[in-house]
Design a protein around this ligand. Sequence first.
Ligand SMILES: Nc1ncnc2c1ncn2[C@@H]1O[C@H](COP(=O)(O)OP(=O)(O)OP(=O)(O)O)[C@@H](O)[C@H]1O
Length: 720
Amino acid sequence: MPRLAFANTFWETWDRLEKPIKAGVRKAMEKFQELSVAELHADKGLHLESVNNARDSRMRTIRVTDFWRGVVLAPDDGSDMFLLLNVVRHDDAYNWAAKRLYTVNTATRGLEVRNVLAIEQLTPSLEEVAAQAPTLLFAQHSDTVLRDLGIDDQVLRAARAITDKAQLAAFGGLLPEDQYEVLQFLAEGFTPEEVYRDVVAVRRPVETSSGTEDSLAMAIANTTSRITLVTGPDELAEILDKPFAAWRVFLHPSQRRVAYRPSYNGPAQVSGGPGTGKTVVALHRVKHLLSRDPASRVLLTTFTTALARTLRENLALLIDDEQLSNVDVTTVNAYAHRVVRELSGRAPAPITDADELQIWRRIRRHLDLPWTEQFLAQEHRHVVIAHQVESREDYLRVERRGRGAALGPRQRQRLWEAVEAFRLELQGARATTQLLMCAQAADLLATANLGEHGYHHVVVDEAQDLHPAQWRVLRAAVPAGADDLFITGDPHQRIYDSRVSLRELGISVAGRSSRLRLNYRNTAEILAWSTGVMDGSPVEDLGGEGNDSLVGYRSLLHGKRPHIEGHPSEQAEVAAVVDRVRTWLDQGVEASEIAICARFNLMLDKVNKELAAAGIPAVLVKNQPNADDEGVRLASMHAMKGLEFRCVAVVGATAKAVPFGKEVTPLEVDPRLHDADLFKQRCLLFVACTRAREALAVTWNGTPSPFLPPTTNRTRQGAE
Ligand SMILES: Nc1ncnc2c1ncn2[C@@H]1O[C@H](COP(=O)(O)OP(=O)(O)OP(=O)(O)O)[C@@H](O)[C@H]1O
């Protein structure tokens, strides 16, 4: 019986095929499950035929319908694995098939495809230009080094003629995938040793001595990041029935390595820039943990209720219902609330941040304190609750980490009075705050029966904004040991002001932390511009033990440069964004795939009004629309966390809004808090911009935000 595998090129078109064509594919694929290799070749309905002038002698086409054909790579080495490459209109199928060549990479041993014809045709003209060029992109690397990294003769010749990164990007789609990735890493300045470690070694299979390494079947088995192997009819049905999502099937080797590592001897952490697949990895980790022990109970947390809902929907695409029933997908706050309710019998609904500020304001006035209510609220959150300060004596001694303005004993006495007044007021109203609820939950869990209220594994997504009290809940929810906590997050996306030392919270990830570098979401143009917003500022890493940076993050996707534009008035800006949305809609983008994002709801209201006047439906993200609800998404910058859209317009990026003065502690009050607040606002803009997959527009009226990369400020108009 032959074996069947599907290449990523097939999946790229599968969802777009019409029903009768899909039915034809299913029927053809069933034959691969039923007939022998000889019968397949003889089958009249399938009509497996070779391709004239094909560069790859194994190239065949099969009949799908009268007008569509499948392109298949058929083994010629005695192995029995067929690889479905694409489904293409009859006339295009032969052309598509003829120019492609599949080869086994000498270093990774994976199967790669190249457009051999196009490379042959383009290389001489590249060489002509290169002969005059002052520098060549790979001049510093010898042939031996490149060959050791899997670069073969044809690619080597082309690589020697490439002058810069833009040329490499333009040429890249023609090159064999693993070799292109090696060249990209080298072009980004990674050393050959690093490239070997991150690109080659992660893919390279363990050496065997069977001598069959180069068979097509073996190469296919080595290419899990681009090829899906189907082991039986049930699997075939399942895989073809569900809507295809590449992230479910094809993990980058660096993603697979961390998600499917059999076991971690304690808490593990995965960091990575935006769009590098941290959420995807978290979901696959849950799958791995459950497939290892189907009876284990898993807590999967993220930052907001809306994100938890999406996370659960995506998890349902990856695991079956029985497994899903063993996973709680929720926010830390919701879990803490449940714990307090179940273990103490009563859990008041926490007050909102605005209510909390009001209480602090009353106390400030009543005690005639010299600090703002924001300062008092922050002191309570980030010093008192964070360090579990329970008495005046503790507070007088506590080290106020991350706070710049020193507070003497007399000031601390006065502040402690305010804290006591705050707690008294809450008690009187039988109320609490989210963080106090978390602190209570952690205390309750510490003495509770974890078999009933805890988990075997806790997986944490969007970890960067969790407060120490929330970390204590998570730490207490799972007994310390192997595979207790799996944490993913990006310190560049910190938009609230929590600072943690995970080690001090009993969550040491030393020796178990990894980083993802390949961005799957944004085009390189959007990623590069958005990275400019961060201005290379040093960023404290997730665990609070060192610094993190965005150096080396890359995207393989390319598109238009972001549109960056200032307008003379708010009215003109709003009119321009409505025009832009209209253009995106005219280009065929679904309204629900477009987001407009602003720092303030006031601006969103104005945009909403203009959209309505133009007859364009819109919905507010904070109302948690369903994925299939029609309408352009309108969101505050905070609400953009964790989301993504084909097109994003960030409006009102003015100097007054980003940073928003009211949320920045004045320099003279506390220089460290001042810097931290500014940094948070920078991250907020970064998060908003990196939600765009294909198109990003950033606009303002009046003075632009100082966080926009310098060229923007100078030209005020970016090219598209
Ligand atoms: N291996 C993969 N193959 C195809 N698509 C992928 C893969 N990994 C991630 N993606 C896609 O890339 C996008 C970003 O992934 P994901 O949301 O997991 O990234 P993230 O690192 O959590 O992002 P952020 O931190 O910015 O919220 C998603 O559309 C996801 O489906």
